[in-house]
Design a protein around this ligand. Structure first.
Ligand SMILES: NC(=O)c1ccc[n+]([C@@H]2O[C@H](COP(=O)([O-])OP(=O)(O)OC[C@H]3O[C@@H](n4cnc5c(N)ncnc54)[C@H](O)[C@@H]3O)[C@@H](O)[C@H]2O)c1
Length: 342
């Protein structure tokens, strides 16, 4: 077992365990109500609901489930879940466990932060991406017709409980998505080495990625001071690639693919040595993600300008002066185009 505390205004515990059996003891420390809601999607309901239910303190268990997938981060699904909680008679002392990937984490976090003005939340992430990233930091979200994560709150979970056994069921596509976020963290920090990535020891990798994120979140809980911006490494190009692929390539893979032009851009802007560039690319390749899918470069830059609602102004790019040496540089699209010789 590994654990640490995210020192936000309301302290948030993180526990990494092999399976769900440690939940009982961890929940006993925080639970003072009568009912525990388990929010799942149809996959996590089938796979993990029983294991979680069997490891809860005595309480009435209230199962709530939604369809798997991004579409469930909607106002309509939110309203349905709130209605379910009301029907169960969930009160302010009760608890919600978000059991699933980032979709359930974002939806469950928003429900917990708004139902009766806030009930306790436990994040129980079951995808690699949610284990290394979305299950801490307190960002909750719903999408609207205007875009992704338009509605949301900051709400820290009382506990993030990671049962590594969940990864045994995860499809390859979702493992790769998580690996994309892991190599991002490895390029931002000297704590995560090439050997760590090649080892495939998820327990260590998850712990190190979460510590990196926790460190930034503790300094800038509400994302107002720019401390969290480096965590967006690869995301500017990555989001554009995600959209141009019509979401057929997973988020984390797009992040990893989006880091490749960032390394080239950094090399051009800072005049990095071939050795430094190769060291960073080696880390990126260690995720075993196919980075060679080709995109129309002009379309990519157009998409980035559109996403950033940019009309010639500078965009903050997270660049790398080397492994573990991120920095932020405002650049215009024209400057990026010229530096990359695109
Ligand atoms: N709040 C944050 O800080 C933050 C950060 C990053 C991403 N996000 C959000 O996270 C979401 C993406 O999360 P995701 O990649 O986990 O996707 P997801 O939640 O949609 O899960 C992917 C798929 O895997 C299935 N699944 C979950 N666990 C499984 C398991 N152990 N075995 C088999 N199948 C399993 C799910 O049912 C789903 O079909 C996006 O909405 C994104 O905006 C939030």
């Amino acid at each position: 077992m590994k654990s640490f505390t995210v020192k936000t205004a309301v302290k948030s515990e993180v526990i990494i365990e092999k399976n769900f059996s440690g939940l009982l003891g961890a929940i006993k420390k925080i639970f003072r109500g009568k009912k525990i809601v388990i929010l799942c999607d149809d996959n996590t309901m089938l796979l993990f609901f029983s294991a979680v239910k069997d490891n809860l303190p005595s309480a009435t268990v209230c199962p709530v489930y939604v369809n798997a997938g991004e579409k469930s981060k909607s106002v309509e699904t939110y309203a349905k879940v709130i209605q379910d909680l009301s029907k169960y008679g969930v009160t302010r002392n009760d608890l919600l466990i978000a059991l699933g990937g980032g979709v359930i984490g974002d939806l469950g976090g928003f429900v917990a932060s708004t139902y009766l003005r806030g009930i306790d939340l436990i994040q129980c992430p079951t995808t690699l991406l949610s284990m290394v990233d979305s299950s801490i930091g307190g960002k909750t979200a719903l999408n609207t017709n205007s875009g992704k994560n338009i509605i949301g709150t900051f709400y820290q979970p009382k506990l993030t409980y990671i049962a590594l056994c969940a990864l045994d069921f995860l499809p390859e596509r979702e493992i790769k998505s998580g690996m994309g976020e892991i190599v991002k963290c490895a390029l931002l920090s000297n704590e995560i080495t090439l050997e760590d990535i090649e080892s495939g020891r998820y327990e260590d990798l998850i712990m190190k990625c979460l510590r990196l994120k926790a460190n930034k979140v503790e300094k800038d809980e509400r994302d107002e001071k720019g401390e969290r911006i480096i965590l967006n490494l690869g995301h500017t190009f990555g989001h554009a690639m995600e959209k141009l692929s019509d979401f057929s390539i997973s988020h984390g893979e797009c992040v990893a693919m989006g880091i490749l032009p960032i390394i080239d851009l950094s090399a051009a802007v800072f005049g990095l040595s071939t050795e430094t560039v190769n060291e960073m690319k080696e880390v990126l390749y260690a995720a075993k993600i196919n980075l060679n899918r080709s995109f129309d470069r002009a379309e990519l830059l157009k998409r980035i300008a559109f996403d950033k609602k940019n009309d010639g102004e500078k965009i903050n790019f997270v660049l790398l002066k080397g492994k573990g040496k991120p920095c932020v540089l405002p650049l215009t699209i024209a400057e990026v185009k010229e530096a990359l010789k695109w």
